[in-house]
Write a protein that binds this ligand. Sequence first.
Ligand SMILES: NC(=O)c1ccc[n+]([C@@H]2O[C@H](COP(=O)([O-])OP(=O)(O)OC[C@H]3O[C@@H](n4cnc5c(N)ncnc54)[C@H](O)[C@@H]3O)[C@@H](O)[C@H]2O)c1
Length: 279
Amino acid sequence: MKNFKNKVIAVTGAASGIGRALVEGLLASGANVAASDVDSANLQALRKLGDVGVLLLSTVDVGDQTAMQVWANEVKNHFGEVDGVINNAGVALSCHAADQPRAQMEWLFNINYWGVINGVEAFLPELMRRPEACIVNISSLFGLLSVPSQSAYNAAKFAVRGYSESLRQDLRETAIKVVTVHPGGIQTNIANNGRHLHSITGSAADVDKTAALFNSIAATSPAYAAKKIMRGMQKSTPRVLIGSDAWFLDKVQRLFPAWYDRLLVPMMTVGTRMALKRV
Ligand SMILES: NC(=O)c1ccc[n+]([C@@H]2O[C@H](COP(=O)([O-])OP(=O)(O)OC[C@H]3O[C@@H](n4cnc5c(N)ncnc54)[C@H](O)[C@@H]3O)[C@@H](O)[C@H]2O)c1
């Protein structure tokens, strides 16, 4: 997708963080945007960014397959075509694998994994008809390496990566490009809105500080993340890493694929203890 002028791009999880920054960036680049989220109030606050001719706002749960298909039809009927979908909506869950209630894991998977599949399946038939089109699936740095207390999030983001890389190969004879995105820590509401049953340090006392801790170490702005994602779409980059933390830890994981945790966990523990003193 060389440029965004008059292109129609659908964005899930658009009411906050990276999604909201994408809506701003895409509108500024001349795209028409279909923005959806479960959070109606914050979604409607996007109206000030553009009128209904360029910005369609829809309250949709990505985990609801039927609702996603209804939304895809709504976008097509409203704008006449769809050139891209960015499957961005996501949630956070911190819990030790051994104690993780199945219901919490299913809650996360329904959004972070099935939400992506629902988005791809809902928009794929229309994207197939376009001369050039793009599917962007947001995985994570945690789709490249695993850390303690994130087994559900890690598993879902690894799954998004695996699905997306295979999808890209399945679509190689079509005009649809697939971009998989692996952000490091981005300054958004993901931790504030997340469910934290255990902390990364293993201390029950630190659970309440999990969000504050994340917020204190996330270094990259949502606007920068959106810019990198949009550049990835323009260049059809198969894998987009965002932030120096993602870049560095991806290298560590490649160098020591079987035991990067021996290096990472002590680093994280020291870093976490230092950060906890600040929050
Ligand atoms: N912030 C980070 O450090 C970071 C790092 C790596 C990956 N990511 C990924 O980036 C994506 C965007 O997250 P963010 O950091 O901007 O978080 P955020 O919490 O600021 O925004 C996520 C949005 O998704 C929406 N959402 C949640 N459940 C939904 C559902 N069922 N249906 C529709 N919308 C739903 C929320 O209402 C919210 O507006 C997520 O997939 C997340 O996993 C974030």
